[in-house]
Design a binder for this molecule. Structure first.
Ligand SMILES: Cc1ncc(COP(=O)(O)O)c(C=O)c1O
Length: 420
């Protein structure tokens, strides 16, 4: 079951404020995040795991790197899973110290490795090549190793990462030689990591991965003589996007995963890397209906957000619930596709949704837009990126200005011979 929003006099409310007022004040499209929900989601999953063992929740910030969201999580005591030097610096900017950041990259360049060494955060090694290249730069680094667990999950094949032959991680049969080599090189080796994929259903993938990593931690102890501090089960805790979908039972997840680690190993700390779970349902995208079209075989509600603003429907065929925020809980009259301004027929936010009779000027709310929403947005079709707003204690604040036309050209240089 997805979370529900309150309505008053036919208006959708976001933490007590009418969505229409927010759209009026900040313009559309706009991402609107509730501070309270980010905190609740973080606390729920952190508490579930820390009931059983020492726990570090490393928020996978690729889901949403808005600095205010990062600030909230920094205050909560979260740690970070970062995948690029840009994410690392965003987190430092938001107040995280390097010791709270675990960097897990893939195909990492030497330049990026040098920059990470300068920052001083822990590096999760993704390949034997990376291990050797890092050793040339510095061995005075805390590391863990990402393995390919042979367990995969995800809402789409494009985000399934843990299967055999994946581009991510070190194949299981190479794990022992890699730990032995890392030890010989003099690295400070802290843990072992796997990530099966993003946004999968259920919890079985986590128990399977906990088994694989526990076995490996024991092998590493026996064969290489390293006692690992932590096992990192990765991210990918699913969230319901449809009304009838179930929430992940994080209590059960925590109990089963920690039971495996505690019973089978001497490892004292569990790490997990939820992104979507923490931010997805904290945010709605508000988009204005600008055009209505009856194309005979189909009816369209044309809005001012397209796949430049929220790419998940077009890219992954992902489902996001939608509602008309100014006709909230009003009777639905017909089925419509909600489509954007991008000049591609694949540009849509929702297909075949029953909606109240649409009018130009209506405000459409797209739910569960906080994860991989703004962070995957683009300027395609030369449409500047939209604003982001945070609602805290019934007050809405701008946390990111909408880009301007100037922003579209800011870094472009016209060679002298082409200038006017
Ligand atoms: C290594 C790693 N950890 C964590 C995550 C977060 O996944 P999710 O947002 O589904 O929790 C990802 C996402 O792809 C990832 O690649």
């Amino acid at each position: 079951m997805t979370r529900e929003y309150e309505g008053k006099n036919g208006m959708m409310l976001i933490d007590g404020i009418a969505a229409t007022d927010i759209a009026e004040e900040f313009g559309t499209p706009v991402y609107v995040t509730e501070e309270k929900r980010v905190r609740e989601n973080y606390r729920r999953i952190h508490e579930a795991f820390s009931r059983y063992m020492n726990t570090e929740v490393h928020y996978a910030c690729k889901a949403n790197t808005n600095l205010s969201v990062l600030r909230i999580l920094e205050q909560e005591g979260s740690c970070i899973d970062a995948v690029s030097i840009g994410e690392v610096h965003s987190c430092l900017r938001a107040g995280f110290t390097p010791d709270r950041i675990l960097y897990t990259g893939v195909n990492v360049s030497n330049e990026e490795l040098k920059a990470l060494v300068d920052v001083g955060c822990m590096i999760n090694i993704d390949s034997e090549s990376e291990l050797e290249r890092l050793a040339h730069i510095s061995t005075d680094v805390k590391i863990s190793v990402r393995v390919t667990p042979g367990v995969t999950s995800g809402h789409d094949v494009r985000v399934m990462t843990g299967g055999r032959g994946s581009k991510f991680g070190i194949p299981i049969k190479r794990t022992i030689p890699v730990y032995a080599r890392a030890k010989a090189l003099g690295f400070d080796i802290k843990g072992i990591h796997a990530h099966t994929g993003s946004g999968g259903e259920g919890i079985e993938q986590f128990t399977e991965v906990a088994e694989v990593l526990s076995d490996l931690a024991n092998d590493i102890r026996e064969e290489v003589g390293i006692d690992l501090d932590f096992i990192d089960i990765g991210g990918g805790v699913g969230v319901p996007y449809k009304l009838q979908e179930e929430e992940t039972d994080v209590e059960e997840l925590a109990s089963l995963v920690t039971e495996i680690i505690l019973e089978e190993t001497d490892v004292k700390t569990v790490l997990l890397e939820p992104g979507r779970y923490i931010v997805a349902d904290s945010t709605v995208l508000l988009t204005r209906c600008v055009d209505i079209k009856n194309a005979g075989t189909k009816k369209y509600i044309g809005v001012d957000a397209g796949f430049n603003t929220l790419i998940r429907p077009s890219f992954y065929d992902s489902y996001h619930m939608v509602a008309t925020a100014n006709k909230f809980n009003k009777a639905c009259t017909d089925k419509y596709d909600i489509v954007g301004p991008i000049c591609e027929s694949g540009d849509y936010l929702a297909h075949n949704r029953v909606m109240p009779n649409p009018e130009e000027g209506d405000l459409v709310a797209v739910f569960n837009a906080g994860a991989y929403g703004f962070s995957m947005s683009s300027e395609y079709n030369s449409r500047p990126r939209c604003a982001e707003v945070l609602v805290s204690n019934g007050k809405a604040c701008l946390t990111r200005k909408a880009e301007s036309m100037e922003d579209l050209w800011r870094n472009q240089i016209i060679p002298e011979g082409l200038r006017k």
